[in-house]
Each structure stands twice: as C-alpha cells, then as structure tokens.
Design a protein around this ligand. Structure first.
Ligand code: BTN
Length: 247
C-alpha cells in the first residue's frame, strides 16, 4: 500500500540512485526491519528498500523501541547481500551513519556519530541505525527524526529532530536519496568506511563509560577496529553496548 506522503514506488525509484533495485512504500507497518527481513527470507535480492510513514513496533538497538509520529520521520530498511566476510558486517552499519552525516552536512546540518552509530546534533540524538543479519542478508534499518515537532517529556533531553534544530521542515525524499547515494559510495569502497567514520565520530578521543550487562568500564575511547568495535585505552574491545561520553 502506498503512503499518502511518499511518492508512489515507481516515482520514488526515479529519485534514488540506480543501484536501488526495488522499493516498497508503506503507510503503516509494525517495523520496516521486520518487513525487510521477511522479504529477504522470501528471496529479495540485494538492494531492495522498505520505507514507511509510521511504525507501530519500530525496533531500536538493544531491545528498545523506536517510535515516531506518522509522517514525521524517515523510516527505512535496506536489504543487502554482502559478499564480505562476517567480521566486516558491523562496519556496513557504521557506513550508514557516515552516509547520513554526509547527507545532513549537504543539507546544512552538522551531525556527528556517537559510537556505534547514533547520529547526534551536539548532545541530542537525531537518528539511529539498527542492523540485523539473517540467512545471508543484512538489513540496515535507519530512523531519522525529520519533521518531529516535539518529543515526550522523558525523551526531550536526549532526542531532537532536524526541524527542531534548524527551524524549518526537511524533504524526506531528498534526505533518502542523498543518504542512499553516499551509502552506495561507501558500500562500494569498504576500505574507506573506518577512516570516514573517524572523521565524523564525536566519541573517539573522549573518555567514556561503557555500560555492559555485568559491569561498567571507564576509559579513553581510542579507535574502532576492523569490525567496527570500540577500542579502549587499556586495550579492551567493546562490541555492543551503550556508552556515556564523559568528555
Ligand atoms: C537505535 O536504537 O538507535 C536504532 C533505531 C533504528 C530505528 C529504525 S526505524 C526504521 C527501521 N525499522 C525498525 O524497526 N527499526 C529501524
């Protein structure tokens, strides 16, 4: 079903880079990642895209939810079939963060990446990325708070939108199209992802608290390794966790 505010799928494809094979635009779904994983399991090839106007059960990292008012956000999932070795899959998700930062810069918004790939406008999160692998496919899900006018009280200190930041509304098709263009370039040059990530990181070089299930560590964030994991000053390597930047 077509969204009232997205172009129809064939028109949308004309705005997107040619490597995007097929697109599904949904008015409402539970989660574009879930739809994409189901589509991938049914045989969707590399470079298929799902976008939605509204998600009732949007998935966030570490089992959280990702909720946004209908029509306010860019909610997309991209189906990839990378032939790279599995260790490299984490870097692809980081590449999505870099692509978003590059496109936002082109639209006049200076963003930065909080490890692993929360897209931040200073201290507030404007976009999140959730990569999920299944059956040889990698689904990269991206949620961007585009024209969100206000956040609930419990999120207002930590979340923001492009509109709240810039005082104007943004075109989601332009954002989507530019994001995919940058992402395609990075995907085609995997060796460039880590250096580009370092350029946009607001975490590397700062002191961080890493909250793991069983303990918390405080240390200097030194670098990312070849899989996208965070390397700390004492040599510890963190693969999946929440961090607090202590500055
Ligand atoms: C995070 O917690 O930072 C990641 C959020 C990822 C949300 C996006 S919205 C589109 C896609 N579909 C989902 O269910 N989740 C991702």
């Amino acid at each position: 079903m077509r969204s009232a505010s997205w172009p129809d799928e064939q028109s949308l494809l004309k705005h997107l880079p040619p490597w995007v094979l097929e697109a599904r635009c949904l008015v409402e779904t539970d989660s574009t990642n879930r739809v994409a994983l189901e589509w991938a399991a049914a045989g969707a090839p590399h470079a298929c895209l799902v976008v939605a106007d509204y998600q009732s059960e949007g998935k966030g990292r570490l089992g959280r939810r990702w909720l946004a008012p209908a029509g306010s956000s860019l909610l997309l999932s991209l189906i990839l079939r990378p032939d790279a070795d599995p260790g490299y899959l984490g870097l692809i998700g980081l590449g999505a963060g870099v692509a978003l930062c590059r496109q936002l810069a082109g639209m006049g918004v200076e963003a930065a990446l909080k490890w692993p790939n929360d897209v931040m406008l200073q201290t507030r999160k404007v976009a999140g990325i959730l990569s999920e692998a299944a059956g040889g496919a990698l689904v990269v899900g991206v949620g961007v708070n585009v024209n969100v006018a206000a956040f609930p009280d419990d999120l207002a200190c930590e979340a923001t939108s492009l509109m709240l930041q810039a005082g104007r509304s943004f075109d989601r098709v332009e954002l989507l199209s530019g994001f995919l263009r940058h992402f395609g370039e990075l995907y085609g040059n995997p060796a460039g992802i880590a250096p580009a990530y370092r350029r946009w990181s607001q975490t590397l070089g700062t002191r961080v608290r890493v909250v793991l299930a069983e303990r918390a560590i405080e240390d200097q964030a030194i670098d990312i390794d070849g899989t996208g994991a965070l390397v700390l000053g004492a040599g510890e390597v963190v693969r999946a966790a929440d961090i607090v930047q202590l500055r």
